[in-house]
Design a protein. Structure first.
Length: 139
C-alpha cells in the first residue's frame, strides 16, 4: 500500500486540480488580461523546470536519509503501532501543522520571502498559481 502512495497523491492532485480549473473557468467573475491557456502553459512549464532542478538535491540528500530512517525504523510514525488509517491521519496532521509554520516563516523571514514571493507575483490568482514556485523555496 505504501509503495502506491506517490501515485495516489499524484492522481489526487491532478484530479482536484482539473476540477478546480474547470470550476474557475466556468465561474470566473473577472476579465482575464492573459489567456487562461497561456497562464496554464506558463505555470506548468515553470513547475516542470523547477521539479527537474529539484530532482538532483532530493535524490542525493533526501533519499538516503529516508532510506536510512526506514531501515532503522526511526521516526514518530514508526513508533506508533496502530492501524494504517490512524498513522496516516497523524502523519497528515503533523505535516499540515509543519507546513503551516513553514509557510508563515516564508512570509515573515526576509531571506525566505525572496524565494516565496515568486508565488505571489502572479497578476491573477487561480488554481494554476499553485504551480508557480521558486525551486530555492523547496531546497
Amino acid at each position: 500500500m505504501i509503495e502506491a502512495l506517490p501515485n495516489i497523491q499524484t492522481i489526487f492532485f491532478v484530479v482536484v486540480f482539473v476540477i478546480i480549473y474547470i470550476v474557475e473557468y466556468f465561474n470566473s467573475n473577472r476579465v482575464w488580461k492573459t489567456a487562461r491557456f497561456k497562464r496554464f502553459f506558463f505555470h506548468t512549464i515553470f513547475a516542470v523546470i523547477n521539479s527537474i532542478i529539484l530532482y538532483i538535491p532530493r535524490l542525493l540528500l533526501l533519499l538516503p536519509v529516508l532510506l536510512f530512517t526506514e531501515e532503522k525504523q526511526f521516526g514518530f510514525l514508526n513508533a506508533i503501532d496502530q492501524f494504517y488509517f490512524i498513522e496516516a491521519l497523524i502523519g497528515f496532521l503533523f505535516f499540515d501543522f509543519a507546513y503551516y509554520w513553514w509557510h508563515r516563516f516564508n512570509h515573515t523571514i526576509p531571506f525566505l520571502w525572496r524565494f516565496h514571493s515568486v508565488h505571489h507575483l502572479d497578476t491573477h490568482l487561480d488554481v494554476t498559481t499553485s504551480l508557480r514556485f521558486h525551486f530555492g523555496e523547496l531546497i
